[in-house]
Design a protein around this ligand. Structure first.
Ligand SMILES: [Zn+2]
Length: 425
């Protein structure tokens, strides 16, 4: 559908969608694409979806009106858990390029092509880079990707093979993001606009549009009854932000009611800025409500995480640009935020693989850890219908998983050698 306008999620200001936009020039707020859903209500119905192609573009009426650059992304399986009744695994590992990032990049590159952009740039913790490279290749657009030097080898190789220009950085995704911004700024100030267009997480409006289709799918695949909770591994948080937007849109379309799932963030214990902000905010006496205006005023933000370290590469995001949106969603949905250690994540990767037949990315397996913890604490009951997101395929992390295995085995054997104190083995 034609986008009516882009709206700042901080100040509510409107911007035209007929040209490329990054963030709100006044306050840096994330821009959301808005459609005329009122006039779509009744015309675009749930029944209209039957028989449509099994990709995220089946929801074309609520996506930008442009010719899709598609590799078949979306409409991934919703697998009932073999282990827990009422639990589902939404397996995003089956997307092109092996992760949920395909959705966002399909939408972002579609619009980049629509606008006639020739060059795109983005920092990546790994999978976003691979997805951007693939969709840019399919669209005939140049991609410039900045990644930490120690990303999984699959991410480096796929970017290379897709023909992207890759810069490996001694640092984290936040350092990569700074480099992208600086390069574009420098190019602009020198009068040539050749630095490319910044498609960093939440710094353009359309990656959210692609990822919101996960929210539509959760509803459609569960027969239009949203679950009681959704567990989402949170790095940049766009999946959660997109799904929340989708729920609001579906309510406006008359497809669902006002009930929402508890939205649950899981982060790695070695990089948990959202969890820390959530816990600090919850425990602060007389804390101001995070949602003081309908546009999620930025009263509640996270602090950058120092020395971020985890083998779940996609969760190694020291500070999410959309933290104010994520925290707002956690609060409005009565959700929560929990951590998983690398050891717990590694065990969960093996557990899911051996019990469910799902070889999940470490980020995805963290969802299982969160479920186990929240079930044990009573936050979730066995009767609650819960969707756990596996955000990617383990096949992209074989080197990381093997290294982590060796580390865990080494630590175990070291523990065993402390004078026989720990044993017997
Ligand atoms: Zn604004």
């Amino acid at each position: 559908m034609q986008i009516s306008y882009l709206e700042c999620t901080r100040c509510g200001e409107h911007f035209p969608a007929d040209r490329p936009q990054n963030t709100c020039p006044t306050d840096g707020g994330v821009l959301f694409a808005r459609y005329d859903l009122a006039s779509l209500k009744g015309k675009f119905r749930r029944e209209d979806l039957s028989g449509r192609e099994a990709s995220m573009w089946r929801y074309a009426e609520v996506l930008p009106d442009a010719k899709p650059v598609t590799l078949g992304e979306g409409f991934t399986p919703m697998l009932p858990s073999r282990e827990h009744a009422n639990v589902y695994i939404k397996d995003e590992g089956l997307n092109p390029t092996g992760s949920f990032k395909a959705r966002g990049m399909s939408a972002a590159v579609t619009m980049a092509k629509h606008y006639g952009l020739k060059k795109l740039a983005a920092p990546s913790a790994g999978n976003a880079g691979g997805a951007l490279a693939a969709y840019a290749a399919a669209a005939g657009i140049e991609a410039h990707i900045f990644m930490p030097r120690d990303v999984p080898i699959a991410n480096r190789m796929e970017c290379d093979y897709y023909g992207a220009h890759v810069t490996l950085v001694d640092g984290l995704i936040s350092d990569c993001g700074r480099m992208v911004a600086e390069r574009i700024k420098k190019d602009r100030s020198s009068g040539n606009n050749d630095g490319g267009f910044d498609v960093s997480t939440l710094k353009e409006p359309f990656r959210v549009e692609g990822k919101k289709t996960m929210g539509y799918e959760v509803a459609e695949q569960l027969n239009w009854k949203l679950p009681q909770a959704i567990v989402y591994p949170t790095g940049g948080g766009v999946g959660m932000i997109g799904m929340w937007k989708a729920f609001d849109e579906m309510e406006e379309l008359g497809w669902i009611g006002s009930e929402r799932p508890k939205m649950i963030t899981v982060q790695a214990a070695g990089c948990a800025p959202i969890v820390r902000a959530w816990e600090t905010g919850r425990s602060a006496a007389g804390m101001k409500s995070a949602s003081v205006t309908k546009n999620a005023a930025a009263t509640w933000i996270s602090e950058p995480w120092v020395d971020a370290a985890t083998f779940a590469a996609g969760l190694r995001v020291p500070k999410a640009y959309g933290d104010y949106l994520i925290l707002d969603i956690l609060e409005k949905s009565h959700g929560t935020a929990v951590t998983a250690t690398d050891d717990e994540i590694l065990s969960a990767v093996r557990h899911w693989a051996s019990v469910e037949g799902v070889f999940a990315a470490p980020e995805g397996a963290a969802s299982l850890v969160a479920y186990q913890k929240l079930h044990a604490s009573g936050f979730l009951s066995a009767e609650d219908k819960v969707v756990l997101f596996n955000t990617g395929s383990a096949y992209k992390y074989l080197d990381m998983i093997e290294t982590q295995e060796k580390k865990a085995r080494h630590e175990q054997s070291a523990a065993r050698h402390i004078g026989g104190i720990i044993g017997p083995y």
